[in-house]
Design a protein around this ligand. Structure first.
Ligand SMILES: Cc1cc2nc3c(=O)[nH]c(=O)nc-3n(C[C@H](O)[C@H](O)[C@H](O)COP(=O)(O)OP(=O)(O)OC[C@H]3O[C@@H](n4cnc5c(N)ncnc54)[C@H](O)[C@@H]3O)c2cc1C
Length: 385
């Protein structure tokens, strides 16, 4: 049934095949290990070598820079299929891909040649460093700074909750190069092995245990002028550009979690009996499944629409926010329902729904909270009042 829902969006053969490839690899390389990885909070580094070899880490990177040159719809399908097995692995791929796209869109030819083949082909991972202890949704309040020193820049500050931070070879980091506000911020590509770059803390989290989330310290890190990504003073808008595309990845991640909730709930509702009947025969349960299936379809349609607009070179920011807002709300809500359908078993680690429940929540928070998505969406209708 779910395959039919996807087909209704008229996926091309390539888009379907890339989704199928991701599903096959996720089933083979993640599914047998995920319960243990989740329990041990393990970052499965070797998985990304395999995803890289299969072309899934460079899906969006054009072939001339060593990638697969796939479109955004294919990418969304791949992220969804990975998230269906493990949401933590999916966000690793999503953030990595977001940085690849930022380099492609904003980078100089030298930066593209230097970084993209490595990220697409040579088994390296990218990270994103915007958030600080006192600057999250209000990212323009960030304080980490970059000061000119001859023909170099010297970076100082602390970045919080950097996904992939401990395993990245390069991070897109936003630093203050001018006065207060958004216009005083510039983006840099910072190699993680530079002196002065250090992982300060690996964050313990409610869910997505296979995703690495770190605080990174930058202490007198010297980078050349050529590390600037885009023009000086455009770092905030460059970060927002990256996040706008990134939101489609998080929407796809939420679709994957929702899809896993539906699969598990249908199976359990058919197999578990109470009062002499399968529990799926009770409307209290079957209607939950109807709502879950409908919201999954709606989440997918919004996500694919945003991705298709991206592919067509049309404005997609509001559609990306709608997709992320809707899909993440649905994933959080239905992960709770999936657990409820499983009764006491759902609360135990014998079934994966408790993990879906823990993993789903973050999709409402990172890459712009649901409140921030609603600000973006409402402003498209009301203007900035
Ligand atoms: C697991 C994880 C991974 C992350 N990965 C990264 C990463 O790779 N790189 C990175 O830079 N950051 C990352 N983040 C940070 C993430 O993007 C922020 O947590 C998020 O943007 C929210 O910021 P905040 O936590 O500071 O919340 P705050 O901005 O302090 O918000 C607190 C609450 O107030 C609400 N709020 C704030 N402003 C408004 C408003 N104007 N109107 C209505 N409500 C408002 C928020 O929606 C939220 O509910 C990650 C976070 C986590 C937990």
């Amino acid at each position: 049934m779910q395959t039919e829902s996807r087909a209704a969006f008229d996926l091309t053969d390539d888009q379907r095949q890339i989704g199928d490839l991701a599903a096959e690899i996720a089933q083979r390389e993640i599914a047998p290990h995920i319960a243990q990885w989740d329990r041990e909070h393990a970052f499965p580094r070797e998985l990304y070598t395999k995803l890289n070899a299969a072309g899934l880490m460079g899906l969006l990177v054009p072939e001339e820079y060593g990638g697969a040159g796939a479109d955004y719809v294919s990418y969304a399908r791949a992220v969804e299929e990975i998230a269906r097995v493990d949401a933590g692995s999916a966000v690793t791929v999503s953030v990595h891909s977001m940085i690849c796209m930022a380099i492609l869109k904003l980078g100089s030819e030298e930066q593209k040649r230097r970084y993209l083949p490595k990220l697409a082909q040579h088994d390296t991972i990218a990270g994103f460093a915007l958030t600080e202890p006192d600057a999250g949704s209000d990212a323009a309040a960030l304080r980490a700074n970059a000061k000119r020193d001859g023909d170099a820049w010297v970076l100082n500050g602390r970045k919080q909750w950097c996904t992939n931070g401990g395993y990245s070879t390069v991070m897109m980091g936003m630093f203050r190069t001018g006065g207060p506000g958004a216009g005083g911020i510039s983006a840099f590509l910072v190699d993680n092995d530079l002196p002065g770059v250090a992982v300060e803390r690996v964050t313990e989290k409610l869910g997505i245990h296979t995703s690495n989330t770190c605080d990174i310290a930058f202490d007198n890190v010297r980078v050349p002028q050529s590390a600037l990504l885009g023009e000086e003073g455009t770092g905030f808008s460059n970060a927002m550009t990256a996040l706008t595309g990134g939101r489609i990845g998080i929407a796809a991640q939420a679709c994957g979690i929702l899809s896993a909730c539906l699969d598990a709930s249908v199976k359990f509702a058919q197999e578990r009996s109470a009062f002499g009947k399968p529990i799926g025969a009770f409307e209290g349960i079957s209607f939950k499944i109807a709502q879950m299936a409908t919201d999954l379809d709606a989440s997918r349609l919004l996500t694919y629409r945003a991705a298709a607009l991206y592919d067509a070179g049309k404005p997609f920011a509001v559609e990306a926010s709608k997709a992320k807002y809707f899909a993440s709300t649905a994933a959080r809500k239905h992960a709770a329902e999936a657990l409820q359908i499983h009764g006491g078993y759902g609360y135990t680690t014998e079934f994966p729904v408790e993990r879906y429940y823990r993993d789903a929540k973050i999709t409402e928070i990172y890459e712009g909270t649901s409140e921030i998505q609603q600000i973006i969406i409402s402003r498209a209708y009301l203007g900035k009042l």
